[in-house]
Design a protein. Structure first.
Length: 81
């Protein structure tokens, strides 16, 4: 279970730290901190990915970022964890 958790956290955090594909297709490539829309600004995109994957794996109902605001592949992690 720890291996699965680590893989999903790494996958989600990496996906959220990359640019949003829809925004990049529009020609706006200046997203140095990744996709921050719907994220807790104090913690950033990487920690929000960690929190959301932990939240869905433990089913505790806590929320740190809007799961529907994640990038397509970033949202895949919390929804399938």
């Amino acid at each position: 279970m720890v291996l699965i958790f680590g893989v999903w956290v790494g996958f989600t955090s990496y996906s959220e730290h990359t640019n949003n594909p829809a925004v990049a297709a529009a020609g706006l490539t200046s997203q140095p901190t990744g996709n921050m829309e719907g994220k807790e600004v104090r913690f950033g995109d990487t920690t929000t990915g960690l929190f959301n994957v932990s939240m869905t794996q433990t089913s505790d109902g806590a929320v740190d970022g809007a799961t529907d605001s994640f990038n397509p592949m970033g949202g895949f992690g919390p929804l399938t964890a």
